[in-house]
Design a binder for this molecule. Structure first.
Ligand SMILES: Cc1cc2nc3c(=O)[nH]c(=O)nc-3n(C[C@H](O)[C@H](O)[C@H](O)COP(=O)(O)O)c2cc1C
Length: 355
């Protein structure tokens, strides 16, 4: 009971203010708002405490999960793309996330696509982005994570999401991923292999059987040669048809991967009500929920406990989180729901998951 009182008291002020603050922030261009938020979070990160109160809901024992040798204080993680360069890990874990995934990072730094490249679609509770893996490069980000670790500032599992550099040809993709893998594997609790973002030309072709086998052969081989192999997870697109999704999952199982992250953004525009900005981009948030949950359910039914499944895509409310768990998600991630729901969003979801 006490845990609810403590939780409610701390939520009260921010919860009351968030709709006003959000209205204000939503007047500003979406990427600028994100940069402002990241600035604030990275400043907070310099002083954020790693101690959690004993009555902190995000640390309640009933929420603890253990998968692929890692203990997650709770099952709700922050999805890749929010903190691409690991600039705000201590502050983000402070907000209650049970794990964080930084990246996508690439072998060398990249500018990403020209702006504007991030848009809000409020009528659809969605975002559209074509960021194109803007990031500081795997070596720089790995050094940043290593520094946090030395300072004892990371107290939740930290995944590193790696992707293909824009300049790398498809035939050279494995070599390119291996470079990022080598730079980051020492500092990552798990590695997420991203073959599903729609904003890097050719990337999603890596989901085709031959390409995927070749890529996973290379990464798994390098991983097995390490003194401490890392858990590897594969992130899929919701636009795969069922047969292709099952085939990717089977290849993941055959390669001994720990799990799948289902899913990335969609290129589908079905059912959207908003006037869309011109140009391409991946849609996240509510419109991706149904397909991403259906894919999760399909893979769970087929592979059961052979793969740990991280359910991501369209968790905008606590009920959506429960729906993913009922469909077979072992862990959850959010991005767009956090943008719309604000800093207390993790606590709202966790309150519902708390038994
Ligand atoms: C602005 C933006 C940037 C993203 N960048 C990445 C990325 O770099 N790597 C990645 O694997 N996923 C990226 N994603 C996808 C999210 O991690 C997530 O899979 C997707 O948005 C679905 O979850 P959501 O509906 O909770 O947002 C990005 C999403 C958004 C909205």
């Amino acid at each position: 009971m006490g845990i609810f009182f403590a939780f409610n008291a701390s939520c009260f002020t921010l919860d009351r203010m968030w709709p006003f603050l959000r209205n204000l922030l939503f007047q500003i261009d979406a990427e600028t708002t994100h940069r402002l938020a990241m600035k604030a979070l990275s400043l907070w990160s310099t002083v954020a405490s790693t101690q959690f109160a004993t009555n902190d809901l995000s640390r309640h024992p009933s929420l603890t999960r253990t998968f692929f040798g890692l203990t997650f204080p709770n099952p709700l993680g922050l999805a890749a793309g929010f903190d691409k360069d690991a600039e705000a890990v201590p502050a983000l874990q402070r907000l209650g996330f049970g794990f964080l995934e930084v990246g996508t990072m690439t072998a060398k730094p990249q500018e990403g696509n020209p702006r504007p490249r991030l848009f809000r679609l409020p009528e659809d509770q969605a975002l559209m982005n074509r960021m194109g893996f803007n990031n500081a490069g795997a070596v720089v980000v790995a050094k940043r994570v290593e520094r946090y670790r030395r300072q004892g500032k990371i107290v939740v599992p930290l995944g590193v999401n790696i992707g293909k550099s824009k300049s790398a040809a498809l035939e050279k993709a494995a070599q390119d991923y291996l470079e990022s893998f080598a730079a980051t594997a020492d500092v990552a609790d798990y590695i997420a292999i991203n073959i599903s973002s729609p904003n890097t030309p050719g990337l999603r072709d890596l989901q085709q059987e031959d390409h995927l086998i070749q890529l996973l052969d290379a990464i798994c081989d390098a991983n097995q040669k390490r003194r401490m192999p890392r858990p590897l997870l594969l992130k899929l697109a919701p636009d795969l048809d069922d047969v292709s999704a099952l085939s990717c999952a089977k290849i993941a199982v055959d390669h001994g991967l720990s799990g799948l992250i289902i899913s990335n953004t969609t290129i589908s525009r079905d059912g959207l009500r908003s006037a869309l900005p011109p140009g391409s981009g991946g849609i996240s948030g509510k419109p991706v929920r149904a397909r991403s949950t259906a894919m999760l359910r399909l893979i769970k039914e087929e592979f059961r406990d052979k793969l740990v499944l991280i359910g991501v895509g369209g968790i905008m409310h606590a009920d959506d989180a429960l729906e993913k768990i009922n469909a077979g998600a072992d862990l959850l991630q959010v991005y767009t729901g956090f943008v719309y729901g604000g800093p207390k969003f993790p606590s709202h979801i966790l309150r519902r998951l708390y038994k």
